[in-house]
Design a protein around this ligand. Structure first.
Ligand code: NAP
Length: 295
C-alpha cells in the first residue's frame, strides 16, 4: 500500500478561503474587524520569520494586524505594561507573544498576564483547563490543525486507537486531550508515549492513528506501525543546509518506508506546519466573535 498524502498546504488554503469569506461577512454585517497583536522581543531570526508570516497572513485575510517590535534590553515591567495595554484595547482580539523571550524576562509571568479571552495561542492555564473539561474557547493552534487535517481528510476518529508520541504542553498533551473528548471529530481511545514508555513499538503498532511529536528524526520507522495506519508527523528537524543556505527539514517519521505501510501520511514540510498559523487566524476570528457575542 502506498499512502494518500495529507496535504496541509491544501487544507490550510481551504480553511483560509473560508476564513476570508467569514471576515468579509463580519465586516459587512456587524462592522467587526478581528484584530491580532504580535509582540516580538529582540531580533531572533527564526522568531522574526514566524512573526512576519503571522502578520502577512493576517493582512491577506483582512484581519487588523498590529506588530510590536521591542528591543532585546526591554524590562519585565515594560513588557507587562504592553500586555496590559493590549488586554484593554478593543481593536485587539488576539495577543501573541512570540517565544522564546530573552533569558532575562519571565516568560510564564508574561503569558499568564494575557487575558485568557485574547489568548489565541490557547496556552493560558484557564484555556488549558477549559480544554481539559471539554469547554474550550480556543484550541491551541498546532493540535487544532492536526485535528482539522484528520477531519478534512475523512479519517474516522471516533472509536479509533490513537497513539501520540510526545507529551509536551504545546503538542502531545493537548492533541491527546482534544481527541479523547466525547465530541465530533474526536471520541478516540488515546495513549500517550514518551521517553519513559517501556515498549513504544507495542503501542505504536496498535495505532489506527499515530501522531508523532517527539522532535527526533526517524523516531518512527516502518517496523513500528501496522498496515493501514494514518500518520501525522508533527516533527520539524533541521538536518542541514542546501548549497543555497536553505534549511533542510525532516519530520520525526521515516517517511519513505512508513508511507509504504500507511493508508495516509503527512509530509514534512507541507503537512502540519502550514496549519499552525492558519488555526491562529481561526482563533483570532473566533475571539472577535466571542467578544461581540456572535457565538
Ligand atoms: P518537546 O517539548 O521537545 O517534546 C518532545 C516529546 O517527545 C517529549 O515529551 C519527549 O518525552 C518525547 N520524546 C522524545 N523522543 C522520543 C522518542 N524517541 N519516543 C517517544 N517519545 C519521545 O517537543 P514539542 O514542542 O512537542 O515538538 C515536537 C516536534 O514538533 C519538534 O520537532 C517541533 O519542532 C515540532 N513542532 C512543529 C510544529 C508545527 O507547527 N509544525 C509546532 C510545534 C512543534 P519526555 O517528555 O519523556 O522527554
Amino acid at each position: 500500500m502506498t499512502a494518500q498524502i495529507i496535504s496541509g498546504t491544501e487544507i490550510a488554503k481551504q480553511i483560509r478561503e473560508e476564513l476570508a469569506r467569514e471576515i468579509t461577512k463580519l465586516k459587512e454585517k456587524h462592522n467587526l474587524v478581528p484584530g491580532l497583536a504580535t509582540v516580538l522581543v529582540g531580533e531572533n531570526p527564526a522568531s522574526q520569520v514566524y512573526v512576519g508570516q503571522k502578520e502577512k497572513t493576517s493582512l491577506a485575510l483582512g484581519i487588523y494586524s498590529e506588530r510590536h517590535d521591542i528591543p532585546v534590553e526591554t524590562t519585565q515591567p515594560h513588557l507587562m505594561a504592553l500586555v496590559d495595554k493590549l488586554n484593554n484595547d478593543p481593536k485587539i482580539h488576539g495577543i501573541l507573544v512570540q517565544l522564546p523571550l530573552p533569558k532575562h524576562l519571565n516568560e510564564t509571568e508574561v503569558l499568564y498576564a494575557i487575558n485568557p479571552k485574547k489568548d489565541v495561542d490557547g496556552f493560558h492555564p484557564v484555556n488549558v483547563g477549559k480544554l481539559m473539561i471539554g469547554e474550550p474557547d480556543y484550541l491551541p493552534c498546532t493540535p487544532h490543525g492536526i485535528q482539522q487535517l484528520l477531519v478534512r481528510s475523512g479519517v474516522e476518529i471516533s472509536g479509533a486507537e490513537v497513539v501520540v508520541l510526545g507529551r509536551s504542553n504545546i503538542v502531545g498533551k493537548p492533541i491527546a486531550n482534544i481527541l479523547l473528548q466525547k465530541k465530533e471529530g474526536a471520541n478516540a481511545t488515546v495513549t500517550i508515549c514518551h521517553t519513559g514508555t517501556r515498549d513504544i513499538s507495542f503501542h505504536t503498532r496498535r495505532a489506527d492513528i499515530l501522531i508523532v511529536a517527539a522532535g527526533r528524526p526517524k523516531a518512527v520507522t516502518s517496523d513500528m506501525v501496522k498496515e493501514g495506519v494514518v500518520v501525522i508527523d508533527v516533527g520539524v528537524n533541521r538536518i542541514g543546509k542546501t548549497p543555497e543556505g536553505k534549511a533542510i527539514l525532516t519530520g520525526d517519521v521515516d517517511f519513505e518506508t512508513v508511507k509504504e505501510k500507511a493508508s495516509a501520511i503527512t509530509p514534512v514540510p507541507g503537512g502540519v506546519g502550514p496549519m499552525t498559523i492558519t488555526m491562529l487566524m481561526t482563533n483570532t476570528v473566533r475571539s472577535a466573535k466571542l467578544a461581540a457575542g456572535l457565538v
